[in-house]
Design a protein around this ligand. Structure first.
Ligand code: TYD
Length: 215
């Protein structure tokens, strides 16, 4: 069966994932590529509800296991109803965060353990693995400062700097374990430069047919 390609975007706060994902989608759509953009948590009506609970500062602290269960509930629904069907239709799927976020945040930074969270996340997602993961690396202090310029901080962003430092170490460990699909990008540069680099990597690592390549 023809299968589309699945690209995920990871990083700490304020790394510029969402901007990059939307610029890539605009680029590929203009070239006639069939693209699906989605995000975690979110992507479905249920997932967007779960997202608003998880990010609401009024919820305060929750047990790490509870937090993981909610992120995975959102993801499972997104995989079953949105991502898997789009891949079956041959689409290029661009997903803003996926299992590696759970592994880095809940597994490493919250301390549940990288191995156990990888295993549980895989179960919830029918073993779906991205073809390529772009990790946008930024110094956490600079990332949070960037974020605070554009919006108020959410429940996760309120965590102390040490949490965000630990998160970065978690991501670097995940990247080391999955070198076959992980590419680390320095996110401390302009959005244009990051887009150019991301496009270079996508073209190099994936086969993306572009019907309007000259357009
Ligand atoms: P994000 O989409 O980066 O929010 P924003 O729109 O503010 O950039 O992600 C939401 C937050 O949830 C972010 O702090 C990372 C966290 N998160 C987890 O802790 N575990 C997960 O599995 C996922 C997907 C996100």
């Amino acid at each position: 069966m023809k299968r589309g390609q699945f690209v995920t975007f990871e990083g700490g706060e304020g790394a510029g994932k969402s901007t990059l994902v939307s610029s890539l989608a605009t680029y590929f759509k203009a070239k006639g590529v069939s693209v699906l953009v989605t995000r975690e948590p979110g992507g479905t009506p249920l997932g967007e509800r779960v997202r608003s609970w998880l990010l609401d500062p009024a919820i305060g602290k929750v047990a790490p296991e509870t937090e993981l269960a909610l992120f995975l509930a959102s993801r499972s629904e997104n995989v079953h109803t949105v991502i898997a069907p789009a891949l079956e239709q041959g689409k290029l799927v661009l997903c803003d965060r996926f299992n590696d976020s759970s592994v880095a945040y809940q597994g490493h930074a919250r301390g549940l353990g990288i191995d156990v969270v990888e295993e549980v996340s895989s179960f919830f997602c029918r073993g779906l693995i991205p073809d390529l993961t772009l990790y946008l690396d930024i110094d956490p202090v600079r990332g949070l400062a960037r974020r605070k310029q554009v919006s108020s901080v959410d429940r996760m962003e309120q965590e102390e700097t040490s949490f965000h430092e630990c998160l970065r170490q978690g991501y670097l460990e995940i990247a080391r374990r999955h070198q076959d699909r992980f590419v680390i990008l320095n996110a401390e540069r302009s959005a244009e430069s990051l887009l150019r680099e991301a496009l270079r990597i996508l073209h190099q690592q994936l086969h993306i047919e572009m019907p309007h390549a000259m357009g």
